[in-house]
Design a protein around this ligand. Structure first.
Ligand code: PLP
Length: 393
C-alpha cells in the first residue's frame, strides 16, 4: 500500500477532484449504518423508516438547490446524471436528433456526446473565449427545429469559469429547446436557485460538497418528461431503477444540510484564502499566468501556468511536501492527453502542459496557504533552473 502522509501534515488543495467527508456527514452515515438496514421499497416499518430518511435527504438536497422534493432524483454519480440528461431527453423526443453542448464540458458530457454522435445524433460544440466563456452567438446560430437539448456546464472544473446559464435558458426558450446544466462544480461554491435559473435539468454530485462518493442527483423540472436511463423496479418514482444507495443518499442529504447551515461562511473564508494564495504566487514567482475568468469564476479554483515547466514535475515536488494539487480534471489526470479545456481557451500546448489546478475547500486554513506560498517559489525556481528556463527572457 502507498505510504500516506499523516493526515495532520496533509495540505489538501484538490477539492475540485473530491472533498473530504464532513465529520457531521460521517456521524450521520455511521448512525444510519448501525441503526437501519431496511429496503426502502418494503412496506413494513423498517422499510418505511428508511424511505422516510431518504425522503428527508431528498428534501435537504432539494432545498439546497431551490427545488421541490419531487424534482430531485438520486443517481450513482454526477456522471450518471449528465449521461441521463442527454440520453433521456433524446429518447423522450425521438423526432429531434440534435444536441448542443460546449467544448469545455466535463468528460461525463463530452464522451456521452461522442457516443451519441456514433448513434447518428448531430452534436454542435459551442466554442469559448480566452476566459472560457461560451460564444452565445454561436449557440444561437446552432439551434435548429431538430435541437432536443442544450447542455452547458455551470462552472468549469479546471478553470472555474462560470457560464451565463440564465442567458442560455433565455435563448433556448425563444426556440422551445430544453436546457441541462452540469452544476457538479457550482453546487456549494456559488449560490443559485434552480427555480430562478429556470433550467430543465441540472446535475450535482455529493462528493464535491463534503458528502460520500458514488451518489449524485438529477434535478428534473416539474412537468418535464425524461425517459429512464436505467430500467428495472419502481425506485425513484419509476424513472431511475435499482435499490437505492441508502447510505450514500443519507450522506448526500446531510452534506446538503451542512451546506445550507454554513456554506456562505465557508465561501467567504475560501475566497479570502484563495485571494491570498493568488497574491502570494503573483508576488513571488515571475512569469505565471492565471487561467479562467478573473471575476466570473468559482473563487476556490486557481488554475495557473508556469511557462517552461511540466505540471507533473511541479505536482510531484509539491507532493513530497505533503501538498496535493492536480494537473487538471481528476478523470484525465492519468492520461497523457493535454487538457481540451486549456486548449479550448487558446493556450499553446506547452503552456497547457505547465498548468496546475489548486482548488481550496472548507477545511483549508491560513497555515496551508502560507506553507504553499513558502514552498512553491523554491520548487518553481529549482525546476526552472533544471529546465534552463529564463524567466527574464
Ligand atoms: N461534472 C463535473 C463538472 C465534474 O467536475 C465532475 C467530477 O469531477 C463530474 C461531472 C462527474 O461527477 P462524479 O465524479 O460524481 O461522477
Amino acid at each position: 500500500m502507498t505510504d500516506l502522509p499523516k493526515k495532520d501534515k496533509l495540505i489538501y488543495l484538490d477539492n475540485n477532484a473530491t472533498t473530504p467527508l464532513d465529520p457531521e456527514v460521517a456521524d450521520k452515515m455511521c448512525w444510519f449504518l448501525r441503526e437501519h438496514f431496511g429496503n426502502p421499497s418494503s412496506i413494513y416499518p423498517i422499510g418505511r423508516a428508511v424511505k422516510e430518511i431518504i425522503n428527508q435527504a431528498r428534501e435537504n438536497v432539494a432545498k439546497a438547490l431551490g427545488a421541490q422534493r419531487s424534482e430531485v432524483f438520486f443517481t450513482a454519480s454526477g456522471t450518471e446524471s449528465d449521461n441521463w440528461a442527454l440520453r433521456g431527453v433524446l429518447d423522450t423526443s425521438p423526432e429531434k436528433r440534435e444536441v448542443i453542448t460546449s467544448t469545455i464540458e466535463h468528460p461525463a458530457v463530452l464522451n456521452q456526446a461522442k457516443y451519441l454522435e456514433k448513434k447518428g445524433i448531430k452534436v454542435s460544440y459551442v466554442p469559448v473565449d480566452n476566459y472560457g466563456v461560451i460564444d452565445l452567438d454561436f449557440l444561437r446560430a446552432a439551434i435548429t427545429p431538430q435541437t432536443a437539448l442544450i447542455s452547458i456546464m455551470y462552472a468549469n472544473n479546471e478553470i472555474g469559469t462560470i457560464q451565463p446559464i440564465e442567458t442560455v435558458v433565455a435563448i433556448a426558450r425563444e426556440h422551445g429547446v430544453l436546457v441541462h446544466s452540469d452544476a457538479v462544480q457550482a453546487f456549494g461554491k456559488i449560490r443559485f436557485d434552480v427555480e430562478k435559473l429556470s433550467v430543465d435539468f441540472l446535475s450535482v454530485s455529493a462528493h464535491k460538497i463534503y458528502g460520500p462518493k458514488g451518489v449524485g442527483a438529477l434535478y428534473v423540472r416539474k412537468g418535464i418528461d425524461i425517459c429512464p436511463f436505467i430500467h428495472g423496479g419502481r425506485q425513484e418514482r419509476g424513472i431511475r431503477a435499482g435499490t437505492e444507495n441508502t447510505i450514500g443518499i443519507v450522506g448526500f442529504g446531510e452534506a446538503a444540510r451542512v451546506l445550507m447551515d454554513h456554506g456562505r461562511k465557508d465561501q467567504e473564508k475560501i475566497e479570502k484564502l484563495a485571494d491570498s494564495l493568488k497574491r502570494g504566487i503573483e508576488e513571488r514567482i515571475p512569469k505565471v499566468i492565471f487561467n479562467g475568468h478573473p471575476e466570473k469564476r468559482v473563487k476556490n479554483t486557481l488554475n495557473v501556468a508556469f511557462p517552461g515547466l511540466e505540471a507533473e514535475a511541479i505536482l510531484l515536488a509539491l507532493a513530497t511536501k505533503g501538498i496535493s494539487v492536480s494537473t487538471g480534471s481528476a478523470c484525465s489526470s492519468e492520461s497523457e492527453e493535454i487538457s481540451p479545456v486549456l486548449l479550448s481557451i487558446g493556450l499553446r500546448p506547452e503552456i497547457a502542459r505547465s498548468c496546475i489546478r489548486i482548488s481550496l475547500g472548507r477545511f483549508n486554513t491560513e497555515d496551508d496557504i502560507q506553507t504553499v506560498v513558502r514552498e512553491l517559489p523554491g520548487i518553481i525556481s529549482k525546476l526552472r533552473q533544471i529546465s534552463a528556463f529564463d524567466p527574464d527572457e
